[in-house]
Each structure stands twice: as C-alpha cells, then as structure tokens.
Design a protein around this ligand. Structure first.
Ligand code: SF4
Length: 220
C-alpha cells in the first residue's frame, strides 16, 4: 500500500504510539498537549540539535540538520535532528559532493535511555524514510541522550523494522477511525506528560475535549 500526501501522519507520533496509544490519540487526534517540564527540556535539547548551520563538512563527514523525510510506504513524514553522511564505499552519491556517502541518522532525546523501544522505533522509521528517499540501505544510527551526554548506537534489525511497519499500520487505522483508546493506568503513566489530563474518570465521561468543555462550563 502507498499513502498519498494528505494521508501522511507525523513520524514523531510513532514514539508516542509505542509509549501509549492513548497518549498518541490525545496528542494527534484530540490535540491536548500539556507542556510540562519534561517536554520543555526535550524542546530545548532539540533546539540545540537544530542550531548552527544546516550543513556542515568535517573531513570525511558531512552533517545535515533538520532534514525533512517522508515514506509513502509507511505513510509517515517528519524531520531528522541530524543525519551524518560518512564517506564509504557502501554509500550513495550526493549532489555537489564527490565520492560515496552512507547516511547515519542521529536523534537527540532528553533523559536517559529507556526500557521501552519508542526512541529506537522513531529513529528506525527515520532511517526507513531515508532509505526510500535515497534508494539506499542504512544499517544503523544513534540516539544521543541528555543524561548521560553520550551516543547509544542502534542497529536497524529486521525485527525493529517490522515493528515500525506494524505500528505505522495500526496508527493509520486508529487515525481513520478517530479512535481514542481508554486509559489503562500503568507504570508508564508516571513518566507521561499528559497524566494530569488523562485521569481514569475522563474515559467514563467521554473524550478529553468534552471533559474540558464541561469543566469550563462548570467554572462559568
Ligand atoms: S497517563 Fe497513562 S494511560 Fe494516560 S496517556 Fe499517559 S501513559 Fe497513557
């Protein structure tokens, strides 16, 4: 299946979807986003990744920042924090550059590496977009965490790629149905930016939008 332009979903949603389907639906279907400390921290870290010039050359390394990517097969579009191109015989030709270059996506994340694979999935989806756009194979990339400030390599295994495909399919199904799943409180809720909005009683009252509308009416 190939998705057309208007059916593309934000690639960044994949990490929310993998973390909690309800969180994804609140952000991407109901657009209830609460900027708390965690998201502000994440934004600052991202701003640094997007700082400076968009293209930098360091010897055998070419660095592009804020590169827009798309996959019509996955139905996703987004932006890469950083894509490094390493001079390599396994690489591809690049316009305006001599030799062959192998893409290596790097994504910046606040906090520490997490037990769930949401960050790896997002990075792998970026690589799959780049592969489709550039007609190449990208075996690995890296996540750069705020604490500790270092890179964690990520291999784009067949299993990780299959999870990206199946999450992406499921996300499109939820989107078509406009379906916001009910809350299932779990340990993840402690680290969730939307936990103040997503209380279990909300689901019994209907959508978060309806809950907020009703709460406002009661205040007036
Ligand atoms: S509070 Fe829990 S159930 Fe609600 S969106 Fe966040 S992680 Fe999901």
């Amino acid at each position: 299946m190939t998705y057309c332009e208007e059916d593309l979903l934000p690639l960044s949603g994949l990490q929310h979807f993998a973390f909690c389907r309800r969180q994804w639906a609140l952000i991407h279907l109901e657009q209830q986003w609460q900027e708390n400390l965690r998201t502000v921290e994440g934004t600052l870290l991202h701003q640094r990744a997007h700082d400076a010039s968009l293209r930098e050359r360091r010897g055998d390394l070419l660095i592009l920042r804020g590169l827009s990517v798309v996959s019509h097969t996955l139905g996703l579009s987004g932006q890469c924090d950083v894509v490094e191109f390493h001079a390599s015989p396994e690489g591809i030709p690049l316009h305006g550059e001599e030799g062959l270059w192998l893409p290596f996506p790097v994504e910046y994340k606040r906090g520490r590496p997490k037990a769930h694979q949401a960050d790896e999935l997002q990075l792998c989806a970026q690589a799959m977009c780049l592969e489709e756009m550039l007609c190449c194979s990208i075996p690995e990339g890296a996540l750069f965490y705020g604490e500790p400030r270092r890179r964690t390599p990520v291999a784009f295994s067949p299993e990780l790629r299959e999870r990206v495909r199946s999450y992406s399919d499921e996300m499109h199904q939820f989107y078509r149905r406009g379906h916001t799943p009910k809350a299932k409180p779990s340990k993840s809720c402690n680290a969730c930016s939307l936990k103040d909005l997503c209380l279990p009683q909300l689901t019994r009252r209907g959508s978060v939008s309806n809950y907020l509308k009703k709460a406002m009416e009661e205040l007036i």
